[in-house]
Design a binder for this molecule. Structure first.
Ligand SMILES: CC(C)(COP(=O)(O)OP(=O)(O)OC[C@H]1O[C@@H](n2cnc3c(N)ncnc32)[C@H](O)[C@@H]1OP(=O)(O)O)[C@@H](O)C(=O)NCCC(=O)NCCS
Length: 134
């Protein structure tokens, strides 16, 4: 795993980051939202409504600089998230996703992985050859 400068991982429950993930500078990964339902009370006094949901960042994912990953999101193995994106929904394996909210605009290798295909691919090969660091 490579975590660059000024990355914030703000976890209230469970943020899982697998091997070979690359996190560019200024990314933020959070797994919770404050409660906001009662407009008569300050948000910080609505802890009973604080919602937490696990975040999972799969193997060999690359988060470009200034990416924000929000609660409950799974980013599939081998995916790329473009700079400045906000990931609000799951991203499939090997997808290239960009924007706010992040949407899939392409696939590593040109096509989505076939059903059942092991998309861990290159990272596993490098590790098997003993050439790399995770
Ligand atoms: C996502 C990324 C890898 C795609 O690179 P690419 O394959 O060369 O893609 P392109 O530059 O050809 O862009 C393809 C389209 O996506 C758009 N796009 C690319 N990156 C985008 C981003 N971060 N946010 C919004 N749109 C983006 C482009 O405008 C283009 O749209 P168009 O077809 O309508 O013109 C790259 O744009 C990116 O964001 N890199 C992150 C760099 C970084 O953070 N480096 C830190 C080093 S750890």
């Amino acid at each position: 795993m490579l975590i660059n400068d000024y990355v914030v991982v703000n976890s209230g429950l469970a943020i899982t980051i697998e091997d070979w993930v690359t996190i560019a500078p200024h990314c933020q990964i959070v797994d919770g939202d404050h409660g906001t339902t009662d407009p008569e009370r300050p948000i910080r006094q609505q802890d009973e409504d604080y919602v937490v949901a696990p975040v999972h960042i799969g193997r060999d994912v690359w988060l470009g600089c200034h990416v924000v990953v929000l609660k409950g999101v799974t980013i599939g193995a081998g995916a790329t998230i473009g700079a400045g994106s906000v990931v609000t929904r799951d991203i499939p394996e090997r997808a290239i996703a960009v924007g706010v909210p992040a949407r899939v605009v392409g696939w590593r290798g040109g096509t989505p992985p076939a059903a059942g295909e092991d998309s861990r691919g290159a990272a596993d090969t490098a590790q098997n050859e003993g050439t790399a660091e995770a």
